[in-house]
Design a protein around this ligand. Structure first.
Ligand code: SF4
Length: 395
């Protein structure tokens, strides 16, 4: 019996190895086995899933930095998000999350300079909201043009919600936008459990508009929202079908005020399973940029080193509202593993001490190991920001 089982697993491993070596995407049956068949050894899976990563990206890792342009006040009700409007019903959460409307253009440009000089391969402008209206579209267009004028080589991504029409979408492309982020987040079957103000299909329509406008797609998921393994596989295959260039892989961060129901899948998110999710995504989407996004520190900890065998990009300096590893820490991790940061910036690492990691910053613990970004971290170049003024005085 044991012999039979081991010959079955050898057959599967051989098949996965062959497909990975040819950079051929695996099907749903194999993808499900990668997630759930514990007879398939994780070390072998990581080694197999590292093949396409090496083929397309060699030892390179791209660093992404987020600029949270507008925080909070979103009319949508995504259960996992600290920016939704009805967060205001939760007093503790409301106190913890520093909300603001659009940053000034000057602030955004200063942050873009900081990101460029930190070696960011891609700069991600993110804005809360259902989607752009005329005024906010004009604001994004001005920002895109100015950032691209100043740092033409730094890739620019915008995440600003649902898009309405092709004409507006084309204007983003014409302004110089390289990529647009719009996560599918979870499967169609699970979508109504995480949001009632828009649908999975609405999100698909935005991806289709972007494709028609010739803008490269960034679309990923959040694991831990009550989905099951089949949901994750469905999502991975949908992203593959749409030839999504970049897949951010988030592990749910339970920020105060979230309304995500406790679920079995969340309990399953041990490091081994998180690594299996990454292997499955790489093997279903061999050419895609697979990014370690929110939760990499909390869920993978030291095992981020194994994750980078499969993923080829990551965020530094945290996420929209939650702190994460800073540039110095992340660079050390990358270099110790023998990887190389891919960046067009050749000015050297001029920023040794990152603003985000300043000891002067006050932090608010939400749960152990999960810290909410401070006002200074969210708006380091805001004129009223005393931390910035003190850093500038020291220069
Ligand atoms: S649409 Fe975006 S910003 Fe608004 S609640 Fe949902 S995830 Fe948050």
């Amino acid at each position: 019996m044991k012999k039979l089982q081991s010959s079955k697993e050898n057959t599967v491993i051989k098949k996965l190895r062959r497909l990975a070596s040819d950079n051929t995407p695996i099907d749903s049956e194999l993808a499900l086995m990668v997630l759930d068949d514990l007879s398939l050894d994780l070390t072998q899976l990581l080694e197999i899933a590292s093949k396409p990563r090496q083929y397309y990206f060699a030892k390179k890792i791209q660093i992404h930095i987020i600029n949270n342009l507008r925080n909070g006040y979103c009319p949508e009700d995504c259960s996992y998000c600290a920016q939704r409007k009805n967060l205001a019903e939760d007093n503790v959460a409301k106190e913890s999350i520093f909300r603001y409307t659009d940053k000034t253009e000057d602030e955004v440009l200063k942050e873009a300079k900081h990101a460029w000089e930190s070696g960011a391969y891609r700069y991600c402008l993110v804005s809360a909201g259902r989607g752009p209206n005329k005024k906010s579209l004009d604001y994004y267009l001005r920002l895109i043009k100015k950032i691209k004028e100043n740092y033409p080589k730094m890739e620019l991504c915008l995440s600003a919600g649902l898009l309405k029409n092709l004409a507006d979408t084309k204007r983003l492309a014409e302004a110089g936008l390289n990529r647009y982020n719009h996560n599918l987040n979870t499967s169609p079957d699970n979508y109504s459990k995480i949001c009632t103000t828009h649908t999975y299909q609405d999100r698909i329509l935005t991806l289709e508009l972007l494709q028609s406008a010739g803008i490269s797609l960034c679309s990923g998921l959040i694991a831990g929202l009550g989905e099951n393994s089949s949901d994750l596989v469905h999502l991975a295959l949908e992203l593959a079908k749409r030839k999504v260039a970049s897949i951010p892989v988030n592990f749910f961060l339970p920020v105060q005020g979230n309304t995500v129901e406790q679920n079995e899948f969340l309990k399953k998110l041990e490091p081994d399973f998180c690594l299996r999710i990454l292997c499955m995504l790489r093997l279903t989407n061999p050419q895609a940029e697979i990014r370690l996004a929110a939760g990499r520190e909390l869920y993978l900890g030291e095992r981020q080193s194994e994750a980078l065998a499969v993923a080829n990009s990551l965020f530094v300096n945290g996420y929209l509202n939650v702190q994460g590893s800073d540039l110095a820490e992340t660079t050390k991790l990358i270099e110790n593993l023998g990887y190389e940061i891919e960046s067009y910036y050749t000015g050297g690492s001029s920023i040794k001490k990152d603003i985000d990691n300043s000891e002067e910053a006050d932090t608010h613990d939400i749960i152990p190991a999960l810290k909410i970004k401070t006002k200074e971290q969210l708006r380091p170049f805001h004129e009223e920001n005393s931390l910035l003024s003190s850093l500038q005085t020291k220069k």
